[in-house]
Design a protein around this ligand. Structure first.
Ligand code: 13P
Length: 247
């Protein structure tokens, strides 16, 4: 399978950030992995235009479960595809925490995204309290079962394991903890969607940076990364893409 280096810009970036996009494309014109940036929706169209003909793909950070209608302030999956997105991040812990998104809502959004031709990047991960209580695998298993459409394929689903306590904190799980969760994800996904699970990209996310990328990418069942802060600058994201290309 082709591995995936994905950047999540969260609520960061303006038109001035297009310079970072150009720098990233210049630094990684032909990576051996897939390369994706998920900017705020205001920049999808501009980045899609800037990335045209390059290896860079563009994604969104969320969508509504309906294709259109009276939902002020929301964006639908077909709209994101129309703007040039190929992927959409769903069920990020910040959406689950800030907007109360449930597993059922994430699953409905994933179905809508896949129906619109987008790749759904479904995020799962435990809180620190859940890890301390020994509930990590139970929490993640329930999120997989509840959030992932059973009809998903390796072509329209990516899973991102993002421990909530590792996001934006500079802390990461041990390598054996990451490996344990990813092996569990592969098996649980196989129970849930069948044989396609073997080819679904499983990304790790949470304080990935140039200095720790290579050791994380060397782990079995780690097929890429979902990168937050270190995706904002080409100088940080390009070496992560290079590490994944070399893995
Ligand atoms: P950081 O890389 O900033 O820890 O964020 C990870 C993340 O939430 C990506 O979706």
């Amino acid at each position: 399978m082709r591995k995936l280096a994905a950047g999540n810009w969260k609520m960061n970036g303006t038109v001035a950030s297009l310079a970072e996009v150009q720098a990233l494309i210049a630094a990684q014109p032909a990576p051996a992995c897939e390369m994706l940036l998920c900017p705020p929706a205001t920049l999808i169209s501009a980045i899609a235009t800037a990335a045209h003909g390059s290896a860079l793909m563009v994604g969104a950070q969320g969508c509504h479960a309906k294709p259109s209608g009276a939902h002020t302030g929301d964006l639908s999956a077909p709209m994101l595809a129309d703007a040039g997105a190929s992927h959409v991040i769903l069920g990020h812990s910040e959406r689950r925490a800030d907007h109360g998104e449930t597993d059922a809502q994430v699953r409905a959004k994933a179905e809508a995204a896949q129906a619109a031709g987008l790749v759904a990047i479904v995020c799962v991960g435990e809180t620190e309290a859940q890890r301390d209580a020994g509930e990590t695998l139970a929490v993640i298993g329930a999120q997989i079962d509840g959030s992932v459409p059973t009809t998903s394929t390796a072509a329209n689903l990516v899973i991102a394991y993002e421990p909530v306590w590792a996001i934006g904190t500079g802390r990461t799980p041990t390598l054996s903890q990451i490996a344990e969760v990813h092996a569990f994800l592969r098996a649980r996904l196989a129970d849930h969607i069948g044989a396609q699970a073997a080819q679904v990209r499983l990304l790790y996310g949470g304080s990935v940076k140039p200095s720790n990328a290579a050791e994380i990418f060397a782990l079995p069942d780690v097929d890429g990364a979902l990168v937050g802060g270190a995706s904002l600058k080409a100088a940080d994201f390009a070496p992560i893409v290079a590490a994944l290309s070399a893995a």
